[in-house]
Design a protein around this ligand. Structure first.
Ligand code: ADP
Length: 351
């Protein structure tokens, strides 16, 4: 987008081509003439919500430009602009304003720092969460060991405390394993070492892994017939993702209910759908359940040995394989989770 007039063109001036190059490099920029008139702007700058009809909307940005004009020196600063006309969302922009004395104009380079600060925030929260999550079972183990010591002459109490110690130790192991799985996922690219997998094989392996738990609860896991669809990826990760969905379906369902696994095909995408007749999830929670360590009901999740990491692992696996996860749920009715993956071929070995 540029607002310069052809007759203003002069070999000393910054040309639209310069702005085109900046656009191509992904750098948002403005060229501002005296009176804060915007002469050029890179493509797509509208999304930053700082310009309207050629005028700068942000008072902070106008103030920064005025300082640069007055001092005739480059200045750098951060400004916050609303993401849109409604809502409280803000975008954090880093601004570098450069005075071009030859043409008395100012080039404003704009970088959107929101994504970087979001990643930073997520990382900081993750570290804080890990410490908290690990401290709980470690604290419990320490208390229980004290209880065992002081009850050493009462065998019944020793058995009781030792059993609880085993549970806490298992929780700690699951947590550490979950954290390791997540960090492995974040570091690796499964598509670089991808192999071909029949959907049916992945599902059957995952179902085998939950057999003991489902039998113990009298839950029947029904596997519907699968088309011969092959996906490309890391088999271990894909099985882990389907396994996590099945584990949740069993954990959050009453005894003697049904869990089913089915597939659907559409537009080069295969969906592996795990459906349960369980407690369901309220609509307001649906967005948050994929966050690391988030549980709708922490006490219940603890009872079932949940770590709050299962669904974030599923989400990571799906997106690293070029897919996504979807969820439908209704409290007291049940839930369906679908892992959607790109189909590699429909000529599986089972044909
Ligand atoms: P957890 O280890 O606690 O199960 P997840 O990341 O797998 O952690 O799931 C996050 C939360 O989402 C769970 O604590 C639970 O509240 C909710 N949830 C996940 N799957 C289901 C399901 N099939 N039915 C009802 N609630 C579910």
């Amino acid at each position: 987008m540029w607002f310069g007039r052809e007759e203003n063109k002069n070999s000393n001036e910054i040309s639209p081509i310069f702005f085109k190059v900046l656009s191509e490099l992904g750098q948002d920029a403005l060229l501002v003439a005296p009176g804060e008139v915007v002469r050029f702007a890179t493509e797509g700058i509208e999304t930053l919500n700082i310009l309207r009809e050629n005028r700068i909307m942000s008072p902070e940005l106008v103030a920064l430009i005025r300082v640069v004009r007055r001092t005739q020196q480059t200045h750098t600063g951060n400004i916050e602009v609303p993401r849109g006309p409604i809502g409280e969302g803000l975008r954090e922009l880093t601004i570098r304003a450069i005075y071009l004395s030859e043409i008395e104009n100012i080039v404003v380079l704009i970088s959107d720092e929101s994504e970087a600060s979001r990643v930073h925030e997520v990382r900081r929260d993750f570290v804080a969460n890990i410490s908290h999550e690990l401290k709980t079972p470690i604290g419990a183990l320490s208390l229980l060991s004290e209880a065992v010591l002081s009850a050493s002459d009462d065998p019944a109490s020793v058995v009781k405390f030792a059993t609880r110690m085993q549970l806490e130790a298992k929780r700690l192991t699951d947590l550490v394993q979950g954290i390791i799985n997540l960090s492995r996922l974040q570091d690796s690219d499964p598509l670089q070492i991808a192999t071909e997998h029949l959907i049916a094989d992945l599902v059957n392996e995952a179902v085998d892994l939950v057999k003991t738990t489902s039998d113990a609860k009298g839950i029947q896991v029904t596997v519907n017939e699968f088309p011969s669809v092959v996906v490309l990826g890391d088999g271990e990760q894909l099985i882990m993702a389907i396994h996590n969905l099945l584990e949740n379906a069993i954990n959050y369902s009453p005894q003697n209910t049904n869990v089913s696994v089915s597939t659907s095909l559409a537009d080069e995408i295969v969906e592996i759908i795990v459906t349960d007749q369980g407690i369901g999830i309220a609509e307001g929670e649906l967005e948050r359940i994929f966050e690391r360590f988030y549980r709708v009901d922490p006490a219940r999740s603890r009872e079932t040995g949940g770590t709050g990491l299962g669904l974030s692992i599923v989400k990571h696996v799906a997106s690293k394989h070029g897919g996504e996860v979807r969820v439908w749920s209704s409290p007291k009715v049940g839930s369906s989770f679908a892992i959607r993956l790109p189909i590699y071929s429909t000529h599986g070995g089972n044909e």
